[in-house]
Design a protein around this ligand. Structure first.
Ligand code: NAD
Ligand code: ZN
Length: 255
């Protein structure tokens, strides 16, 4: 860990101590953990979205009003960007913790499938997945790479519109995912919060539930978030890749 200053190294050691002691640890991840895989987040700096406002298109009402435009502007860009993305040191670091027995479950707000590609076994896809499309008529699911996008929106055999199997703004989190995530948050001893602005509800509430239930919160983000001051026990200010790499190595050395 040659480039990290002394105070960061101390914080990493402190965080590793928390993880080494905890019986049950979960992670909450957001778009930031996939930035180093070339997938821009919606908020903050990120070329792709500086010209258009993805939040405007990521609402279910926008899709229902104008499905072709939402496909054109949002879903096709996401599809292109997700196609060749591979896990980075952030995803790999979480998998290394899992392999050590120091992390049990990942709750991700991401729809990119990169945690599973990194090897993680128990991943709750809180906002669904872009890997499949769902028919809004008959609910049939189709792998995304089998869907032709020559005419937009793509249609199912039944004539219904296909849409990515993701949770758009204005839609509910699937009840089983919500309940399991909240149960894990209220029973874990430690929660790692990586690359999320902690502003999209109800995911943003999970660290607060964990904290109020007595868990230690370790946050990784290049910027402070609404959690940093009062909720996080330790905040590693840096990228998901750099910090997860250092943290996983520190926990490995303790085993
Ligand atoms: P968000 O609210 O989770 O914000 C992104 C966060 O990542 C910010 O706090 C930012 O400081 C942080 N960040 C930036 N670079 C980072 C890095 N290298 N390492 C660690 N953290 C970094 O995400 P959003 O973009 O506002 O997305 C809103 C919703 O859309 C969320 O559900 C999000 O997960 C989803 N989304 C998913 C993907 C994906 O699947 N990869 C991409 C875009 C948006
Ligand atoms: Zn159908």
């Amino acid at each position: 860990m040659p480039n990290l200053d002394k105070s960061t190294l101390n914080q990493i050691a402190y965080a590793a101590g928390i993880l080494a002691k905890a019986q049950h640890t979960i992670a909450l991840t957001g778009a930031g953990i996939s930035v180093e895989s070339g997938i821009p987040p919606f908020r903050g700096k990120g070329g792709l979205w500086e010209k258009i406002d993805p939040m405007k298109y990521a609402h279910i009402d926008a899709y229902l009003r104008n499905p072709a435009e939402v496909w054109e502007v949002l879903f096709l860009s996401m599809r292109d960007v997700l196609q060749n993305a591979t896990p980075n040191d952030g995803h790999k670091g979480l998998y290394r913790l899992e392999a050590l027995g120091a992390l049990q479950t990942i709750v991700t707000q991401n729809i990119d499938g990169l945690h599973q590609l990194a090897g993680s076994k128990d991943v709750i896809e809180f906002h669904g997945s872009f890997a499949t499309q769902r028919c809004m008529g008959c609910a049939r699911q189709v792998p995304s790479n089998e869907v032709s996008v020559e005419t937009l929106p793509p249609l199912c055999q039944c004539g219904g519109m296909l849409r990515p199997d993701v949770v758009m703004f204005g839609e509910l989190i699937p009840m089983d995912h919500l309940q399991r995530s909240q149960r894990l948050a209220s029973t874990c001893d430690a929660m790692l919060v990586v690359g999320t602005s902690a502003t999209v509800e109800p995911a943003a509430h999970l660290p607060i539930i964990a904290k109020h239930s007595g868990a230690a919160i370790i946050e990784i983000n290049p910027e402070p978030t609404p959690l940093t001051r009062d909720i996080s026990d330790v905040t590693l200010l840096g990228t998901g890749g750099e910090m997860m790499n250092a943290l996983a190595s520190a926990v490995e050395q303790m085993r």
